[in-house]
Design a protein around this ligand. Structure first.
Ligand SMILES: *Cc1c(COP(=O)(O)O)cnc(C)c1O
Length: 389
């Protein structure tokens, strides 16, 4: 059965023209289809090498990676975790899986990433240093970790966040699921956080269909994550389990696809870069359409090309433009509902998040597939221009 008809120009489509078939065939021909096969370890080693981290643990998806990483970071029931307000919902859900509470903090206005000043303000105003990590005076809960999300492929400003974590005794788990291949001050995103998570979902920069990975700077963290990801089985023969674990390990078939995808990451990044530069040039003179910028210290993976629509200057708001594009067979998407507005997390605390709310109203992600042709990109630009007149 086929799924819904595809839009003529989709938002983000995977590109599977490399050695995926060859590697998957190796799995099928040898019978090594489960997590015990050799592509799992190979994919982990090659991603770790690419991101320049010593350890990596492949998981069934990015959400599972976040869940495990938070548990390894020491997050316990009734702890608090500081999370980006403007994000896909997965990191907030992962905190809740542990019975802990996300506290949502605002984005900065320029690049839409978690604002380090919002983190500093929250800690200084609301927390006391009375133990191993800050305690939220209002709730009496331990604030155990910080979970910044590099949204849209652009890195967060990590240095001030690392300083705050060191000064206050917070663990840092970076959600790098949208930013594989990005660099922060020249260094690969995911390499400095202690614990970082990747996703290989169908629309991410490389895909395994579904998959994820935990990147760790310490072997004991990686060992713990791997142990928990395989039902915490302690003995190779006897069914003895040292903890309540999960069935979160990536299968060999999917790791085989990921291994082939990784071989082409550089060319994908290069194509995303030229696509994004073409959009910048073509939209530069359209009043009221402002691309989300790139910080001087950042090299974004440009996962999804995103513009802000200024209704007063453009003559229509982001949602009307979205509908205009959809009518022309062009798939665009708003950003995620900010977490402080999400019905799923209505019981959670949040600092004021005016930037996230404003970015959510204005932002529109445009077609950004690696395989987007120049002709199709031209159609997107022309449809935006025509919407204005
Ligand atoms: C894609 C994504 C994830 C993880 O998604 P999975 O589909 O579980 O692999 C987590 N956080 C963010 C911000 C994401 O965009």
């Amino acid at each position: 059965m086929l799924s819904r008809a595809r839009p003529a120009i989709p938002l983000s489509e995977p590109e599977l023209g490399g050695r995926e078939w060859e590697y998957v065939k190796q799995c099928l021909d040898t019978g090594w289809v489960s997590s015990a096969g050799s592509f799992v370890g190979r994919f982990e080693r090659e991603v770790a090498q690419r991101v320049q981290v010593p350890w990596a643990v492949a998981t069934v998806n990015g959400t599972a990676a976040l869940h495990l990483a938070l548990r390894v970071a020491g997050v316990e029931p009734d702890d608090e975790v500081l999370v980006s307000d403007l994000t896909f919902i997965a990191p907030a859900n992962a905190v809740r899986y542990l019975g802990a509470w996300p506290v949502f903090l605002d984005a900065e206005p320029d690049y839409a990433q978690l604002d380090p000043d919002a983190v500093a303000a929250f800690l200084e105003r609301n927390c006391e240093r009375s133990g191993p990590c800050p305690r939220d005076r209002r709730t009496g809960r331990w604030v155990r970790a910080l979970l910044p999300v590099d949204i849209l492929g652009h890195p967060v400003d990590l240095d001030p966040l690392l300083e705050l974590c060191a000064a206050w005794g917070l663990a840092l788990v970076e959600d790098a699921t949208e930013s594989l291949g990005a660099r922060y001050k020249g260094v690969p995103v995911g390499s400095r956080a202690g614990l970082a998570c990747l996703s290989f979902n169908g629309n991410k920069i490389i895909t395994t269909g579904g998959g994820g990975m935990i990147l760790a700077s310490r072997q004991d963290w990686a060992d713990r994550a791997r142990h928990l990801s395989t039902q915490a089985k302690d003995d190779p023969v006897e069914f003895v389990h040292g903890a309540v674990g999960y069935n979160y390990r990536l299968s060999n078939v999917l790791a085989a696809i990921g291994t082939a995808q990784l071989e082409r990451l550089d060319s994908f990044l290069e194509r995303k870069r030229s696509l994004s530069e073409r959009y910048d040039a073509a939209l530069a003179d359209v009043p009221g359409i402002v691309p989300l910028g790139q910080a001087p210290w950042a090299e974004s993976s440009r996962w999804l090309y995103t513009v802000l629509v200024d209704e007063a200057r453009f003559g229509m708001d982001s949602r009307d433009l979205l509908h205009r594009l959809e009518a022309a067979g062009i798939q665009a998407r708003p950003l995620w509902q900010p977490m402080h507005l999400s019905p799923a997390h209505r019981d959670c605390a949040a600092a004021p998040c005016p930037n996230a709310a404003r970015l959510h109203r204005r932002a529109l992600c445009l077609p950004s597939s690696v395989g987007l042709t120049e002709a199709d990109q031209e159609r997107v630009v022309e449809t935006i221009r025509a919407a204005r007149t």
